[in-house]
Design a protein around this ligand. Structure first.
Ligand code: HPA
Length: 240
């Protein structure tokens, strides 16, 4: 059952899919962390793979950048490929002064300037929220490897080059970090009755003009990949 954006069959994806933004990151994860790997999508070079981690089935597929792209892929994975859990693994910019480069943020909830939820014609506003079980699992795994973890609200923006003054308004509300995909993922999960989590490493601090080196990005990204894979393996083990 292929869709306009994913050329795969129904059983081609595992129940849990890790989603980095960048297709080359998806390829990197498949090649370096999974065994028994096969490629399940290549449409628009939005690479997707299914393999095994610690003998448990897991998939990894890129989301692309921004909510429209994440919206398309997560919708199709939940509705057409029977995926139950999506864990976004990405980068974010620090908004709170409490965050340092390379810290990890778990997006418990999201503020946004996006109109993604308008499609539901709600009589009010909805608070996009991560699955609590996945938050607890990821927190446990991150702490076990000694990561500095922050759990709270992120600002999910339609724009990468945000005005500094507007970021400071979000800072006053305790927002931890800025990224660009969580809201589409959490809303699609909520509407589909499925589970989602967004874990990000802090790659830059837009308000302080700091950013990680390429090497630092790679190392911290590896920690996050392992964390998400450990979560996926634990979820599968719970069905044994
Ligand atoms: N803004 C938006 N998204 C991001 C950023 C940022 O500064 N850093 C990583 N993802």
């Amino acid at each position: 059952m292929s869709t306009p954006h994913i050329n795969a069959e129904k059983g081609d994806f595992a129940k849990t899919v890790l989603m980095p933004g960048d297709p080359l990151r998806a390829k990197y994860i498949a090649e370096n962390f999974l065994t028994d790997v096969r490629q399940v999508n290549e449409v628009r070079a939005m690479f997707g793979y299914t393999g095994k981690y610690k003998d448990k089935p897991v998939s990894v597929m890129a989301s692309g950048m921004g909510m429209p792209s994440m919206g398309i892929y997560s919708y199709e994975l939940y509705h057409f490929f029977d995926v139950d859990n999506i864990i976004r693994i990405g980068t974010a910019g620090a908004v709170s002064d409490r965050l340092a480069l390379r810290d990890v943020v778990i997006a418990m909830s999201c503020a946004t300037n996006s109109n993604f939820a308008a499609q539901y014609r709600l009589p009010g506003t909805f608070a996009p929220t991560a699955d609590y079980g996945l938050i607890k699992l990821a927190e446990e795994k991150l702490k076990a490897i000694g990561k500095n973890v922050h759990i709270g609200t992120v600002f999910c923006s339609d724009t990468f080059y945000d005005d500094a003054d507007s970021l400071k308004q979000w800072q006053k509300l305790g927002v931890l970090a800025i990224e660009m995909e969580s809201v589409a993922l959490y809303l699609n999960a909520a509407r589909a009755g499925k589970k989602a989590l967004c874990i990000c490493t802090v790659s830059d601090c837009p308000l302080r003009n700091e950013e990680c080196t390429a090497q630092e990005r790679q190392t911290t990204f590896n920690d996050m990949i392992r964390t998400a894979l450990e979560c996926a393996a634990d979820i599968e083990s719970s069905f044994d």
